[in-house]
Structures are given as structure tokens and as C-alpha cells.
Design a protein around this ligand. Sequence first.
Ligand code: ADP
Ligand code: ADP
Length: 227
Amino acid sequence: MSILRIENLSKVYGKGEAAVKALDDVSFSVKKGEFVVIIGPSGSGKSTLLHLLGGVDRPTSGRVLIDDTDLYKLNETQLAIFRRRQIGLIYQFYNLIPILTVEENITLPLLLDEHKVDRKQFNEIVDKLGLTHRLGHLPNQLSGGQQQRVSIGRALISNPAIMLADEPTGNLDSKNGEEIMELLKMFNKTFNQTLIVITHDERIALQADRVISIEDGRVAKDEVIRS
Ligand code: ADP
Ligand code: ADP
């Protein structure tokens, strides 16, 4: 069963002679529980694709369906709610809120929609992330690896259909980077959490179930590594 379907997705920035075709008729599907890496050189269209998958920007043409919801048929309010509940976004620079504690950062997506925090689930997530003794700390009191673990907690708290990570290890040293990848893979394998990682790092691609290579805004290769 596909949890994500991308159909004939194109994105053009600008108009007339200045127009840039950043994505050109991209189609692929991702199965529930799959770990997919999307790899490509700088300028190939990765960020554009990430923004379209994450519901942050709208395509010029084509569709994105997540768990059968057509993302761009939603209005802005519906899209914001859908994004918070179904797409766990993880960024290179964490994007934590500096004046909120670890616990507040993790539970924020639920509070914004006036959903109760499931304490059992919260405790399990922070335990697995090794953050139990850091809940009252502010982000600037944590190492980079710990901050990225907080952002993983924030992404997981609403049981999203997909986790979408943009260069999640890009700002970390190799030891912390490996630790973050191990955690993401653990949630992927143990909880069947669908994981999409966008990167230019070949070492991360080697760990995936499937690698989709993007070049000049098109899918150049789509390889299943393990199934
Ligand atoms: P990547 O993330 O792989 O580096 P991008 O998606 O950022 O690739 O860029 C794909 C192409 O679209 C590039 O040619 C880039 O210059 C262009 N591009 C990206 N964003 C914009 C924008 N806001 N306006 C105009 N061109 C853009
Ligand atoms: P790392 O080697 O993972 O980058 P650091 O050397 O930055 O970690 O920190 C080591 C430990 O000290 C970590 O557990 C981190 O949470 C803690 N720590 C670092 N800076 C602060 C701070 N300003 N306040 C409280 N704890 C801190």
C-alpha cells in the first residue's frame, strides 16, 4: 500500500525568459514503512521537492497524495493542520523554538491543535531518544545531537504518516550524525514509520531500502536496495 503518491509533479519558478524548471514531471510512490533516500547534486531540485512534499509550497502542476489526501486540494488552514499531524519534518538546523523547553518543543504540534498529550506515548518517545533528563532544558543548553533528537521527538509526537528529513545529519559531526541515523532507522524498522531522507551524502544512501536519484529536476534513477 502506498502512503505517498507523487504524480507528474512540476515546479517552475519565475516567468518568461527568467523561468527555471526546478522539477520536471516527477512521479513515484512510497510504501508504508519504507525508508527512502532522495539524493542529488546541488541545484537538482531536492529542496523544491521537499517543500512540495511538506506542503510548504504549491506545484505548478501535478499532485501529491499522502494517505489518499490530495495535499493541494486543501485550503491553507486545512493544509497547516494536515502538515502538523501527518508530516513529521526534520531539518538540518533543527528549527527548535529557543524560548521553549525540550518538553514544550516536542509537544507543540499537539498543543497548536488543542490535542491532549498522550503521556505514555510521550514518555516512550523521550526515553527512546535519551531525553528523559533534559525535558526542562532550553535548546541552547543542549548539544547539536541532542537538539536533533528533540526535533525527531517533535516530528514523531503526532504519529505522522511520513517522516521527512532534510539533511538531518548535515550540521553534526560523524559520531552524532550516525547516532541520529540509527535513531531514525530504529523508528522506521521498529514502528514501521515511513522515512524519507533528502541528502547529498552517499553514506546515508547506502543505509536506505531504496534510493531515488534526482538530476536536473527529473528522476534519473530509482533503485531498491533491500526489500
Ligand atoms: P537542490 O535542493 O537540489 O539544491 P533546489 O530545489 O534548491 O535544488 O533548486 C532547483 C533549481 O531551482 C535550481 O536551478 C535553483 O536555482 C532553482 N530555484 C530554487 N528555488 C528558486 C526560487 N525561489 N526562485 C527561482 N529559482 C529557484
Ligand atoms: P557533544 O559532544 O554531544 O556535542 P557537548 O560537548 O556539547 O556534547 O556537551 C556534553 C554534555 O554537556 C551534553 O550532554 C550536553 O547536553 C551538556 N551541555 C552542553 N552545553 C550545555 C549547557 N550550556 N548547559 C547544560 N548542559 C550542557
